[in-house]
Design a protein around this ligand. Structure first.
Ligand SMILES: [Cu+2]
Length: 330
């Protein structure tokens, strides 16, 4: 698969390569803005040239003071330009909101950016560097974070660009609409080898994707199917001794984790927060800032101790835990 040629050129109805459901919609806004700007530039250029020629020194053009009601022209101009740009605003906002409306019920692929590579971990257990395999016409959900500095996950053919800020867990999604191999870039200057922080996104037809998932594509460097994502998180859970306090046999020293994901949590300072990906991420790395009501804060800070990718695996593990009986929910 490594020899697959890039599919950047051609394809799609537009004049730029289009390989996701966002691409035509983003392009419509872009093309409209480009046409409006070009039309305006052309209008002003022609107007300037006409005036230059007509009123050149010695020409017969009238120099009398203009006496017309300019308020009509001004009002028409303000109304017309406001309407045009409000139209673009509505179009752009609607595409942006669609990009931010992450489809529910899809297991996320965890992606960590670090100087200078992309670490991709699939829910099925595979792990790849600088390559992302996805199934054609199937929405893909990404959970992204950075290990060190600000990176930006950028796939031009999908019109997808998401910044990764250290300490933040962000989501992104796309629906690939054309099979092929597309360039993945880091779009944020992130140090010496920033320009080499590139990769590819491979969009496969369903049968090819199934073969890849099963490890039958012959691509050894695709990474062998390993532990499933949640199982990998479980191993990390054991490795750091988390079960000593969060396990079933630990009594009530620390909150139970089963069923906690996307539920409300009451903090020691009385606030209620939603236990989303960001909260779990912070609670693992900087526990004292996320002290839960009713428990003594004994958990150390794991910031700089547990690698970012392992934190995302831990979150996958917590999400996969079966819901606890109501009496055990913290
Ligand atoms: Cu980078």
């Amino acid at each position: 698969m490594s020899a697959a040629p890039l599919s950047e050129i051609g394809g799609g109805a537009g004049w730029l390569p289009e390989a996701s459901s966002f691409a035509p919609r983003v392009d419509r806004v872009f093309d409209g803005l480009l046409a409006a700007s070009a039309g305006m530039a052309l209008f002003l250029t022609v107007l300037t040239l006409v005036i230059l020629v007509r009123y050149r020194r010695g020409s017969a053009g009238s120099r009398k003071a203009v006496r017309i009601a300019t308020w009509k022209i001004e009002t028409a101009w303000i109304v017309a330009t406001t309407a045009v740009f409000l139209f673009f605003f509505v179009q752009g906002t609607s595409v942006y909101l669609e990009m931010r409306r992450i489809p529910a019920g899809i297991e996320a692929i965890n992606v960590v950016g670090r100087q200078w590579m992309w670490d991709v971990r699939y829910p099925g257990g595979r792990r790849e560097f600088n390559r992302l395999h996805v199934r054609l016409n199937t929405p893909v959900r990404l959970l992204l974070s950075s290990e060190d500095v600000i990176h930006s996950f950028f796939v031009p053919a999908f019109r997808l660009k998401q910044d990764l800020v250290p300490g933040k867990v962000v989501e992104a999604w796309f629906d690939p609409t054309r099979a092929g191999t597309y360039m993945l870039y880091c779009a944020q200057y992130c140090g010496t080898a920033h320009a080499e922080m590139t990769g590819t996104v491979v969009v496969l037809a369903p049968d090819q994707f199934a073969a890849w998932e099963g490890g039958r594509d012959g691509g050894a460097e695709s990474g062998s199917p390993g532990l499933a994502g949640a199982a990998r998180g479980s191993a990390i859970f054991q490795k750091y001794g988390c079960a000593q306090c969060h396990g079933d046999a630990a009594g009530s020293r620390a909150p139970r984790l089963a069923g906690v994901y996307r539920g409300p949590v009451r903090l020691a300072d009385g606030r209620f927060v939603l236990a989303d990906d960001q909260f779990l991420h912070d609670a693992i790395l900087r526990a004292p800032k996320c002290a839960v009501a009713g428990y003594a804060m004994t958990m150390p800070t794991y910031d700089g101790v547990i690698p970012e990718g392992d934190v995302l695996d831990l979150i996958s593990y917590i999400k996969a835990l079966p819901p606890a009986p109501a009496s055990q929910v913290p």
